[in-house]
Ligand binder design. Structure first.
Ligand SMILES: Cc1cc2nc3c(=O)[nH]c(=O)nc-3n(C[C@H](O)[C@H](O)[C@H](O)COP(=O)(O)OP(=O)(O)OC[C@H]3O[C@@H](n4cnc5c(N)ncnc54)[C@H](O)[C@@H]3O)c2cc1C
Length: 329
């Protein structure tokens, strides 16, 4: 049996952020991830300045692709609104591996299957024991499933479904484009360029409402790529893949004994833009802080709105979720 003080299940942004903070405080941490890093993570790879700040990333020293947009082109039913901004893109394959390595925590490739409480601590798969446990295993996190699912059931009306493809492409437009609610899609499509000729194309929306509309996400994808082929992205060959995660609903219990959940495991993506990296980072850091200093682990500082919660943000939230169950906090 291998023992440590803190076991982290999942080495994505939530787990790597927690590991980084814990290691800086000199804590004995082990990260378990079923994948071997660098690993594929379906994601547009848009990150906000808050992510850069929270993780104290020195952009000039970041060793991989990092692109800063000066504009976001928002499209809505034929209207085009170019908005000045400072937002960034990274490739998740690179970013996640770098974050995890930077944390300085040991990482073991292991798929966690069973979790049991044992004398105030936790035993995983009868192989690992720890006093603290952080569940950062994304949508299918085993810590969520075993210890939190009954306390925090996920709201199906907040489930998103996505399709995306990241490809090598010699793009001309270095800024991000977003198309909202096209052809009745309860969500949006994106064009997110990456530094040095990579590009992420994708589409995402609320799963239940797409199903109820009688259209599939694949039909929306076909329309998107046909449109791109006429203008922004000519002659590309796509092999899209899909993944599902949850927008923030009523997340009431994020700590149980010495077990915590963070990031997608807790279902924390923002309600207006389905942004998940920032909330994963913030919640991972907050869980680590609770272990380091004994602070209460709360989601108060983890934003549920990418556009700041003002009028535009609330309208987008409504258009996406139709006012589905909200966080009780
Ligand atoms: C198509 C798409 C586009 C997106 N675009 C954006 C975007 O542009 N910007 C943004 O902010 N957010 C975006 N998101 C959301 C964002 O990707 C997630 O919210 C974010 O990755 C959550 O981070 P996490 O650390 O909680 O989970 P993850 O990044 O999913 O990491 C979880 C880790 O846990 C591991 N794991 C899972 N189960 C086990 C197990 N049993 N044992 C051991 N390890 C396990 C996995 O291998 C994985 O490495 C997008 C999501 C999708 C699907």
């Amino acid at each position: 049996m291998r023992s440590c003080e803190v076991l982290i299940v999942g080495g994505g942004p939530a787990g790597a952020s927690a590991a980084w903070k814990l290691r800086r405080a000199g804590r004995d941490v082990l990260v378990l991830d079923q994948a071997r890093f660098p690993r594929l993570k379906l994601c547009a790879g848009w990150i906000t300045p808050e992510v850069v700040r929270d993780l104290q990333i020195d952009i000039a020293a970041y060793p991989h692709r990092f692109l800063t947009f000066e504009r976001m082109h928002l499209h809505f039913k034929g209207l085009h609104l170019p908005v000045r901004c400072v937002q960034h893109s990274i490739r998740r394959l690179e970013f996640d591996a770098w974050l995890l390595e930077r944390s300085g925590a040991p990482v073991l490739q292991h798929s966690v299957r069973s979790i049991r409480e044992d004398g105030g601590g936790y035993v995983l798969d009868d192989q690992f024991r720890a006093r603290f446990l952080i569940g950062a295993g994304g949508t299918r996190c085993p810590v969520y499933r075993t210890l939190f699912r009954e306390l925090n059931p996920r709201a199906t009306e907040l489930q998103t479904v996505t399709l995306e493809h990241e490809l090598e492409y010699d793009w001309r437009d270095p800024n991000c484009h977003l198309w909202f609610f096209e052809h009745g899609l309860p969500g949006y499509a994106w064009y997110v360029p990456k530094q040095n000729g990579w590009l992420n194309i994708g589409i995402g929306g609320m799963a239940e409402r797409i199903k109820a509309s009688g259209r599939s996400i694949h039909e929306h994808w076909a329309r998107l790529t046909a449109k791109l082929d006429r203008d922004l992205v000519r002659g590309a060959h796509y092999e899209p893949a899909g993944y599902s995660y949850y927008l923030r609903g009523r997340v009431e219990v994020v700590r149980r004994g010495n077990a915590f959940i963070a990031g997608d495991a807790a279902g924390l993506a923002t309600r207006d833009m389905a942004e998940g990296i920032g909330p994963a980072v913030r919640s991972g850091l907050a869980a680590a802080e609770a272990i380091v200093s004994g602070a209460e682990y709360r989601l108060g500082a983890v934003t549920g709105a990418s556009f700041g919660g003002g009028m535009a943000s609330r309208l987008l939230d409504w258009a996406m979720t139709r006012g589905a169950v909200r966080d009780a906090a």
